[in-house]
Design a protein around this ligand. Structure first.
Ligand SMILES: Cc1ncc(COP(=O)(O)O)c(C=O)c1O
Length: 401
């Protein structure tokens, strides 16, 4: 048995099999590169599902974390701490909004958004008790809690986890008529990913998001944008909604907010909406802790330069131009995405997404499949053009094989 094989066997023996990782055991990483326990190097074209937008071991983020580790890491929200006000102020400003409610993981932030919308529905909109409805999209991915899987359309994510939480209506993504028909007087929110990540990087038809914005405004319904994967630079803008000139009522953020160092998530919205919470109604021991705030403050400062959005735009144009050339060659059926983010549909004749991912791994490139036939590319935004080209060469070679 190789060191890699025995490490994987030990992990499989003692962990729940809720993931199906590629057979690589990472020991260290820097920038866009990872090194495994046997010293092999791999180009990371997944970036922790966009949690590592700023790359592995980003100096600014690691230094911010180290400095904070020596001061104070956790107070719980039982006490104030000296990074909290700055974090909330800076994040609200980045979002052009007023208030922040910090959590840790993406799913917790989505749960928070659901609770917030329901509260707003009862206390402001006047929806009768326990009648609130939230409209979501087919093929959504918002996380793994029991409430969130209740409105998933992925059979694997749901099976055997019922009974399900009521109060959600599912409509086809990108279909405005269906959305309009689903709205009732009891609808408190429409919750959407501005680009559906796990579904295969699905970009809605142009004009859809502005139309949703208009419709929700007319019908007094909150528009919640889950930008956990699409936000914070990935698409070439701070928020994917910006591509369509849309400002939602609430952003749900996670992943890259913690820079791949610590889990940091948040709901960001107006005074009118987030101002409804009273002590005891919601919380998290770790949400908004000093270490999380210190790292996220550095993330926000980096995003405020616009440098990473610019990189995502420029390298993204290059990525999509190169991937576009693969369509029609037999191996690639479609390419979707925006910025440094792409879903590539592999023709069944050339193998499954998993098989292509394994072949790429053997060539020193790490990606991950989704929904059987799609591979997702989401390199760290700090990747160099040379490294990206190197990865694209490997992809071309695998697809030609
Ligand atoms: C759009 C979106 N929302 C929510 C989540 C859940 O985040 P987490 O895994 O941190 O709970 C994800 C994770 O992939 C996501 O892509």
């Amino acid at each position: 048995m190789t060191t890699t094989e025995s490490s994987i066997a030990a992990a499989e023996a003692h962990s729940a099999h809720n993931y199906h990782p590629l057979p690589v055991v990472v020991a260290s990483a820097e920038g866009a590169w990872m090194t495994d326990i046997e010293g092999r190097r791999y180009l990371d074209l997944l970036a922790g599902y966009s949690a590592l937008n700023f790359g592995h071991g980003n100096r600014r983020l690691i230094d911010a974390a180290k400095a904070q580790l020596d001061r104070v890491t956790l107070t719980s929200r039982a006490f104030h701490h000296d990074r909290f006000a700055d974090f909330c102020t800076q994040l609200a400003e980045l979002c052009g909004m007023e208030k922040v409610l910090p959590m840790n993981t993406g799913a917790e932030a989505v749960e928070t958004a659901v609770k917030t919308a329901r509260k707003w529905g009862y206390q402001v909109k006047g929806v009768p008790a326990n009648q609130a409805k939230i409209v979501v999209a087919r093929n959504n991915f918002h996380g793994r809690t029991t409430t969130i899987v209740s409105f998933s359309t992925d059979a694997e994510a749901r099976a055997d986890f019922g009974p399900y939480t009521p109060g959600f209506e599912i409509v086809p993504y990108g279909d405005l008529t269906a959305l309009e028909e689903a709205l009732t007087d009891n609808t408190v929110a429409v919750l959407l990913e501005p680009i559906q990540g796990e579904a295969g990087v699905l970009v809605p038809p142009a004009g859809y998001l502005p139309a949703v914005r208009e419709l929700t405004r007319q019908r007094n319904v909150l528009f919640i944008a889950d930008e956990i994967q699409s936000g914070l630079g990935r698409t070439g803008k701070t928020f994917a909604c910006e591509h369509e000139g849309v400002v939602p009522d609430m952003y749900v953020l996670g992943k890259a907010l913690g820079g791949g160092v610590v889990p940091v998530s948040a709901v960001v919205s107006s005074d009118e909406v987030l101002g409804l919470f009273r002590p005891g109604e919601h919380g998290s021991t770790f949400g908004g802790n000093p270490l999380a705030c210190a790292v996220a403050l550095e993330v926000i400062a980096m995003l405020k330069t616009g440098e990473y959005q610019q990189r995502a735009t420029e390298l993204g144009e290059h990525l999509h131009a190169e991937l576009g050339l693969l369509i029609g060659g037999g191996a690639v059926e479609a390419v979707r995405g925006r910025g440094l983010w792409a879903g590539v549909d592999i023709a069944p004749s050339h193998g499954t997404g998993r098989q292509i991912s394994e072949q790429l791994m053997a060539q020193g490139v790490l990606v991950k499949d989704t929904h059987g036939s799609t591979i997702r590319l989401a390199p760290p935004l700090v990747i160099s053009k040379e490294d990206l080209d190197w990865g694209l060469d490997r992809l071309r070679a695998v697809l030609a094989g």
